[in-house]
Design a protein around this ligand. Structure first.
Ligand code: IPD
Length: 272
C-alpha cells in the first residue's frame, strides 16, 4: 500500500504536540537527572521517559502494525514496513537547566530506520516552551505553524550563521573543538543552541543559514532532515556519503558545498 503521507504528517504533529503538552504541564519546579546514558554528561530525566511512553501508547492505539525506534525505549518491531522514530525530548540538557530550547521530534520512515537508507515520509518538531511547530510530509513541503518555510539565501559561507552541536564523549569533543577552530574564522559566527532537531528547523526557515554535526542519532535527525529538505535544503554527509551519524551537513546548496569541503579537509567525519 502506498503510505497516506498527509495522514501520517497529521498524526506526527498530533503526537509531537501531545507530548509537548505533557512536558509543559508537568515540568517540575526542580528537574533532576534520573540517570545517564552514553557518558556521565549525557543525562536522562523522568520526563524523557514519560514523554516517550505517551508517544508509544498513542502510536500503539492508532498504528499498531508500525515499528518504533525511540531514544528511551527498546526497539519495537512491526509488520507494516513503517517505523516511528521518536525523540521524546531533544535538548535534554536545556530542559534540565530551564533553557527554553527543547523539542519533541517525531518522524515516520519507510525502509530500514537508518539515516541514509530510510525514506522519511513525515515529521514534526514541536518546540515545547513556545509551541513553535514545524511539520513536513514528503513532497508536501514544510511549514511552521501552518505557514510554508524556505531556507535562507546567505551570500556566501563567509556571511553564514552556522549551527552545530557536540557529542557527549570527551575524545570526540576534543576533535570537534579542533574542527571548530577551522570553521569559526571562515563564517559569520557559530551557534550551539542545544537541540539538533530545532537547529534543523531553524535552517529550514532561514533563521540559521547552515548546520553541521557529527554523531547525531537517528531520532535527532529524522524529522528535521525532512523539514529542512522540504524547505529546499541539501542534506548530506561528507565524501559523497549520505547524512547520518558520521556527519550531517544541512543548508542551501551553495553554502553546504564550501562547508563540506572545509569539513572534509578538517577530518570532521573522524574523531582524531
Ligand atoms: C542532543 C541534542 C544536541 C546535540 C546532541 C544530541 P538529546 O540530543 O540534539 O543539540 O548536539 O548530539 O544528542 O540528548 O538532548 O536528545
Amino acid at each position: 500500500d502506498a503510505a497516506d503521507v498527509p495522514a501520517l504528517r497529521d498524526l506526527a504533529e498530533r503526537l509531537a504536540t501531545s507530548a509537548g503538552a505533557l512536558i509543559r504541564e508537568q515540568r517540575p519546579d526542580t528537574v533532576v537527572v534520573a540517570g545517564t546514558k552514553s557518558s556521565d554528561v549525557d543525562p536522562v530525566t523522568a520526563m524523557d521517559r514519560a514523554s516517550e511512553e505517551l508517544l508509544r501508547a498513542l502510536i500503539a492505539a492508532e498504528r499498531p502494525d508500525d515499528a518504533i525506534l525511540g531514544e528511551e525505549g527498546d526497539d519495537l518491531p512491526g509488520t507494516s514496513g513503517l517505523t516511528w522514530v521518536l525523540d521524546p525530548i531533544d535538548g535534554t540538557v536545556n530542559y534540565l537547566y530551564g533553557i527554553a530550547s527543547y523539542a519533541v521530534s517525531v518522524a515516520v520512515v519507510a525502509g530500514p530506520p537508518v539515516p541514509g537508507e530510510w525514506t522519511v515520509l513525515a515529521g514534526c518538531v514541536h518546540s515545547v516552551v513556545d509551541g513553535r511547530t514545524w511539520t513536513a510530509g514528503l513532497g508536501l513541503g514544510a511549514t511552521r505553524d501552518g505557514v510554508p518555510v524556505r531556507v535562507g539565501s546567505p551570500a556566501s559561507l563567509a556571511t553564514s550563521l552556522v549551527g552545530t552541536g557536540f557529542g557527549y564523549d570527551a575524545g570526540r569533543r576534543a576533535h570537534q573543538a579542533r574542527v571548530l577552530t577551522t570553521v569559526l574564522p571562515l563564517v559569520r559566527d557559530i551557534r550551539r543552541l542545544g537541540a539538533a532537531a530545532i537547529d534543523l528547523c531553524l535552517v529550514a526557515e532561514g533563521t540559521l543559514d547552515v548546520f553541521y554535526e557529527r554523531g547525531l542519532n537517528p531520532w535527532d535527525l529524522a524529522a528535521g532532515e525532512l523539514i529542512a529538505s522540504e524547505a529546499g535544503a541539501v542534506v548530506t554527509g561528507l565524501r559523497g556519503r549520505p547524512a547520518g551519524g558520521e556527519m550531517a551537513v544541512v543548508g542551501p546548496g551553495h553554502v553546504v558545498a564550501p562547508l563540506v569541503a572545509v569539513l572534509e579537509e578538517a577530518g570532521a567525519d573522524g574523531d582524531s
